[in-house]
Design a protein. Structure first.
Length: 188
């Protein structure tokens, strides 16, 4: 199964694509979507969405996985992170890709064997499991999420829309609008 793992962030969103049979994991690609902190939140959200849509078309994963929002002392930071996750989840749903989300504790337990592992330990285990050195902690975290999904998820069926059918895609692989979407409003 080909899995796209995503580690959401408001300035750095890590991503990684693996091919896995559930026991062996091969890294196909990885990287970081780097956003300028001086850009508005809306612009950063737009950029994450555009980059992720491109990655979904380019790598055509059977599944995608994202880390759940963790509890944060700083509510403002947690809300911004939730906005990024919302954009990521929407892009995954638009692409019709099966989806899983995992707590940081689950990801670390699955990959390292210890739920309170440090980022450096996650990075080391991703290298051990894949044979590839990942320099970026964000990309290593994203690959860890993908590995967690590959080892725990039971089905790789595409996400169905409310009517039970897989979303329609145009020639570029981008979701095409359907009649079920209705936008109402008024203008003066």
């Amino acid at each position: 199964m080909r899995v796209l793992g995503i580690d959401c962030g408001t300035e750095r969103t890590g991503w990684g694509v693996i091919e896995s049979d559930g026991r062996r994991h091969a890294v196909l690609a990885h990287g970081v979507i780097v956003l300028a902190p001086r850009d508005s939140l809306e612009r950063r959200l737009m950029m994450v969405g555009a980059a992720l849509r491109s990655l979904l078309v380019q790598h055509a994963p059977a599944a995608a996985a994202v880390e759940e929002v963790f509890y944060s002392q700083n509510v403002k930071t947690a809300l911004k992170l939730a906005h990024v996750r919302g954009v990521v989840l929407a892009a995954i749903a638009e692409a019709g890709v099966a989806f899983g989300e995992y707590s940081p504790l689950s990801v670390k337990s699955s990959v390292v064997g210890y739920g309170r592992a440090e980022k450096s330990q996650v990075q080391l285990m991703v290298r051990t499991l894949t044979g590839v050195t990942i320099e970026s902690e964000d990309a290593a975290d994203a690959l860890a999420v993908a590995i967690c999904h590959a080892t725990t998820y039971k089905s790789s069926q595409p996400l169905a829309d409310a009517r039970g059918s897989v979303p329609n895609h145009d020639r570029e692989g981008v979701p095409s609008p359907r009649g079920s979407l209705r936008v109402t409003g008024a203008t003066r």
